[in-house]
Design a protein around this ligand. Structure first.
Ligand SMILES: Nc1ncnc2c1ncn2[C@@H]1O[C@H](COP(=O)(O)OP(=O)(O)OP(=O)(O)O)[C@@H](O)[C@H]1O
Length: 368
């Protein structure tokens, strides 16, 4: 099914949770909603599922107005992070549940249901576990059963809210790969919510980056990584260092910064800000400075150098420890900074910048 969301807004009391969402999802597409906590991802998913109602906007699925349709008539498979299986039912009965509770006229026969459950358990690689109870399963196995239960009804749309959130990193990686395979095998249109960039980029055909109730950018991993559409996205992608620069004919300049690797930008001459990832900052020994190394920490694989500028403040640079020219970069050394990649933005701040929560993953504070 293709999903088209237009002009969707939602408030909870004074909080504007969705501020005009426009989004199209193609039939059979796997789309990730990525964003920090509180950006409205779950609310959008619940509106699609019919568990929440928007204040304004449209939700069309294959041309049909889904806002007119009750949740139970939408044929949606929904899996939450803390998905409760029925503890008193065996795995196979949990998976069969959505089929067995259908009205008699629509309910498949017992043998058909059993065959469907067997097929799903094979697909989910839990075919040995059919007679176990949920308490006898690992977290990852339970998530698979939850997905099996969502898939059993042959959903037109599969909605997953942080489906692997509670699991450890190795199992998450396995389940991701496996979910991609299941998605390809079933061909359902799938939307999943995550605040984990790696998960979003590895799994999804397209990633929708949300911040403070708005869509900040939609695209593939490389485009979002290399060309963040807003300072918010740049920071969310780990560009935690902000440097003041001046633009002159599309080129950025600043004392003590080597910016020759940056492409020209079609921005007006004048002050601008450059957002950079710590891994794209290379300090180079230079007696003229005006930066100098303040501290140096090795994590084994990486060298983390804090550099200070008398006017700009401190910025962190992260270099691979081996092979880097880090040996000379001891505290007190005068350096200039070579910027390998970064994104330029005009100096004025947008509303969502001000709403950026302070506690995002990968965020490191730097003084400006
Ligand atoms: N039923 C509700 N009543 C009042 N406020 C709500 C309700 N549901 C969500 N909110 C608020 O709406 C905002 C967005 O919540 P939502 O769960 O959609 O965000 P999210 O991006 O999914 O966050 P997370 O990653 O933490 O799940 C939050 O500020 C939340 O507190």
């Amino acid at each position: 099914m293709s999903i088209t969301i237009t002009g969707m807004t939602k408030r909870f009391g004074q909080t504007e949770v969705l501020r005009g969402i426009d989004l199209g999802v193609e039939r059979g597409e796997l789309v990730a909603l990525l964003g920090p906590s509180g950006s409205g991802k779950t609310t959008l998913l619940k509106i699609i599922a019919g568990l929440e109602w928007p204040d304004r906007g449209q939700l069309d699925v294959d041309g049909q107005d889904w806002l007119q349709l009750a949740a139970r008539d939408r044929r949606i498979g929904f899996v939450f992070q803390h998905y409760a299986l029925f503890p008193h039912m065996k795995v196979r009965d949990n998976i069969a549940f959505g089929l067995t509770v259908r009205p008699r006229a629509e309910r498949p026969g017992k043998a058909v249901i059993a065959a469907k459950v067997d097929e799903l358990m094979r697909l989910l690689q839990i075919d040995q576990l059919g007679d176990r109870y949920p308490a006898q399963l690992s977290g990852g196995q339970r998530q698979r059963v939850a997905l099996g239960r969502a898939l059993a009804i042959e959903p037109k749309v599969l909605l997953l809210d942080e489906p692997f959130g509670a699991l450890d990193a190795a199992i998450r990686r396995d389940l991701r790969r496996w979910l991609r395979e299941v998605h390809e095998a079933t061909g359902s249109t799938t939307i999943f919510v995550t605040h984990d960039q790696e998960e979003a980029f590895e799994l999804a055909d397209r990633v929708v980056v949300m911040g403070a109730g708005r869509i900040e950018q939609i695209g593939h991993a490389d485009a979002i990584h290399d060309h963040p559409a807003s300072p918010f996205v740049a920071r969310f992608m780990g560009a935690t260092v902000e440097l003041p620069v001046r633009l002159q004919a599309g080129r950025a300049e600043a004392q003590g910064l080597d910016l020759s690797a940056l492409p020209r930008r079609a921005l007006a001459d004048g002050p601008a800000r450059l957002l950079v990832r710590p891994g794209d900052i290379v300090p180079l020994a230079d007696a003229e400075g005006p930066w100098h190394v303040v501290s140096r920490v090795s994590t084994g694989a990486e060298l983390r150098l804090l550099c200070r500028h008398p006017d700009v403040g401190e910025v962190e640079s992260v270099l691979p420890r081996r092979g880097s020219a880090g040996a000379a970069l001891v505290p007190g050394a005068a350096v200039r900074l070579r910027i390998e990649a970064g994104t330029l933005f005009p100096t004025e701040r947008r509303e969502t910048d001000l709403h950026t929560p302070r506690s995002e993953p990968l965020r490191m504070e730097t003084s400006r």
